[in-house]
Design a protein around this ligand. Structure first.
Ligand code: SF4
Ligand code: SF4
Length: 248
């Protein structure tokens, strides 16, 4: 979710890269699950998050919705999925022991917490949300270790590309609305939802394999599955820029 705010009000004022040390290590959280509670609609999922959850649970996007794990909401002019809170206002993935039941496939926002991302027009840096974690005196840890993300450079490239894509779509939607073509806004929102979330995991894997096979033909070494998925998603974003031109 895009937020406009003064960083000095919510952080220590520093920007962090992957190799910087940051006071984020909550030491296993020791029974606390505050940041998995009362999160309303704020844990918005990107297509890689959803890919990971589909794989982890062996469920389609529709099944994740039907089973109450995720829900859809309007975000910045788009229809995007977010993690759904249950009747106790806890994340639907929090288990009886108060731990994350999808820890290895947890979404990016959860993975980096209490860090956030700040975008500079080209890429992004991390910042420390100083008022978010209830545990005081968190230990210093290298950002790369804290966010514990496989193929982290590919992940960062995808996160950045996705961010600027949805920003572009949001701006296009404002233009369409302001020029009296509001009906196209819904079409664009549905296109993004279907293209990046509803399409089957198998479809994404096939796209990834295609990229991987093409790389092999060019003599480039075989990359990991995750790299293939990131490549496929980034190709889909490139294609979507073109497809969006047909709307409005
Ligand atoms: S997905 Fe896991 S880490 Fe994220 S809010 Fe839910 S229980 Fe917490
Ligand atoms: S608020 Fe801090 S200590 Fe509590 S679960 Fe979240 S990260 Fe862990």
């Amino acid at each position: 979710m895009l937020r406009e705010c003064n960083l000095s009000d919510i952080s220590d004022g520093k920007m962090y890269g992957l190799n910087d040390m940051v006071k984020a290590d909550s030491g296993g959280c020791a029974g606390c699950h505050k940041c998995c509670t009362n999160m309303a609609q704020s844990i918005v999922l990107d297509p890689y998050d959803v890919y990971m959850l589909k794989n982890r649970l062996g469920q389609s996007f529709q099944e994740l919705l039907n089973n109450g794990y995720i829900e859809l909401n309007m975000v910045d002019g788009l229809i995007l999925p977010n993690i759904k809170m249950n009747g106790k206002n806890q994340c639907s993935f929090l288990n009886e022991e108060g731990r994350c039941s999808v820890h290895e496939a947890r979404p990016g926002i959860c993975r980096i917490f209490p860090l956030g991302r700040v975008y500079d027009g080209k890429g992004f840096s991390y910042f420390l949300q100083t008022d978010q974690c209830v545990r005081k005196n968190n230990a210093k840890i290298k950002v790369k270790k804290w966010i514990d993300t496989e193929n982290v450079n590919d992940n960062q490239a995808f996160i950045s590309k996705w961010h600027y894509f949805i920003k572009h779509v949001g701006e296009k939607n404002v233009f369409l609305r302001d020029s009296g073509r509001g009906e196209s806004v819904n079409d664009v929102a549905m296109y993004v939802l279907n293209e990046f979330y509803v399409k089957s995991v198998e479809g994404q894997k096939e796209a990834a394999d295609e990229v991987s096979n093409n790389n092999n033909k060019d003599g480039i070494s075989q990359k990991t599955d995750n790299t293939g998925i990131y490549n496929a998603l980034m190709c889909m974003i490139d294609r979507a820029y073109g497809s969006l031109e047909t709307y409005g």
